[in-house]
Design a binder for this molecule. Structure first.
Ligand code: ADP
Ligand code: MG
Length: 350
């Protein structure tokens, strides 16, 4: 992708074009249709790319109702890679689809790059590029045609299109002129990423971006997401792959049954869950049960090792070593392990 500056300049141009080309423009009050040029040059004053307040969704299907989102608050800081992490059915796609205008919220509010989706749906949608979970690609167009069409839809003039760059970024240069029905699942998903980027939005949202993408290409997609982010694009992605959130995201919200159960920086999330364990080999096994001093520390005698779980924010490993020595034990060896996000995640879902 080109530089962020080039992207921003193009965006300004696109916004004017949308306004001019929109068939609805003349039928709506001017104050509602004027797409703001400033949307892309100025980050929202709040510092939040996306702000959801008390967002709720109840699906009603013939007498059966499903409460998919329950008064969700989410703040996505400008410039972050934000992971919406949760098991299947948690409500992640519902959240994304509300932003995309595919699903109507039941209550609450959401603002995208400073634009409330109710007040100005067109502007808020122009502020974001969304890659949906469903692989909805027209099989009879080539990737190049698909990207060109999408750019046309957003009013990007031909001279401002970066079709080749986008094809290269998503690794579809070779397949650029194949019918899309010949693309594999992974290639289709990458084409969707390209589609979401044609209008250079400051926010890119990816719903389960690597579902069905093989390992090598997954790494490439991650690299490209990081690259885009380093150029200033705020990224939101949903995933049920913990390793994906751990590898990519700097902010994580864990969502379960329509409720946000934790929303923190990845570092805080891992630290707050007390994720370190100190493993000690002792010259003599300790008397069991372990003395009171250990019970406050979450200690276990297991596999001929004394394993003590602790929170590195409040306790240091050295303090624990000293404590064990004061109890009269001789330490012959020690090591530490850290909990990964998977364990943190599971402990929060319990
Ligand atoms: P996720 O993306 O986290 O897997 P979804 O947002 O797709 O979760 O779904 C959240 C809940 O809402 C699930 O229980 C799902 O069955 C339900 N749901 C999603 N879409 C619809 C729909 N169109 N009609 C009824 N229920 C739905
Ligand atoms: Mg989903």
């Amino acid at each position: 992708m080109g530089s962020t500056l080039a992207a921003l300049l193009t965006s300004l141009y696109i916004l004017r074009e949308i306004e001019i080309n929109s068939p609805k423009a003349s039928t709506m009050p001017p104050q509602r249709t004027a797409l703001q040029d400033t949307a892309f040059t100025q980050a929202p004053k709040t510092g939040m790319a996306i702000e959801a307040r008390g967002l709720s969704k109840i699906y009603e299907n013939g007498g059966y109702s499903q409460h998919a989102l329950k008064a969700v608050d989410i703040n996505v800081p400008v410039g972050s890679i934000y992971g919406l992490l949760g098991p299947n059915g948690a409500g992640k796609s519902t959240f994304i689809n509300i932003m995309a205008g595919i699903v109507l919220k039941t209550s609450g509010s959401i603002s995208i790059w400073g634009t409330d989706i109710d007040e100005n749906p067109r502007q808020s949608r122009a502020n974001i590029g969304i890659v949906p979970q469903e692989l909805n690609i027209d099989a009879f167009f080539t990737p190049r045609e698909t990207l060109d069409m999408m750019a046309g839809l957003f009013g990007v003039p031909k001279s401002e299109r970066h079709t080749n760059k986008i094809l290269d970024m998503v690794g579809l240069t070779e397949q650029a002129d194949f019918y899309s029905r010949r693309l594999s699942g992974g290639m289709r998903r990458r084409l969707l990423v390209g589609k979401a980027m044609v209008h250079h939005p400051p926010i890119l949202v990816l719903d389960e971006p690597t579902a069905g993408v093989d390992v090598k290409l997954r790494q490439r997609l991650w690299d490209n997401i990081k690259l885009l982010n380093s150029e200033g694009v705020t990224v939101v992605l949903t995933t049920h792959y913990l390793e994906e959130a751990e590898a990519l995201c700097d902010q994580i919200a864990i969502i379960s049954k329509g409720t946000v159960i934790a929303a923190k920086s990845k570092a805080d999330l891992m630290a707050s869950a007390g994720q370190k364990t100190l493993h000690l080999k002792l010259k003599e096994p300790p008397a069991l049960p372990l003395s009171d001093i250990f019970t406050g520390l979450d200690a276990k005698w297991q596999d001929a090792r004394l394993s003590i779980r602790f929170n590195p924010i409040s306790t240091s490993a050295v303090d624990i070593l000293n404590m064990v020595k004061r109890e009269g034990h001789v330490i012959t060896d020690f090591s530490t392990t850290e909990r990964n996000l998977e364990e943190v995640f599971l402990s929060l879902l319990q």
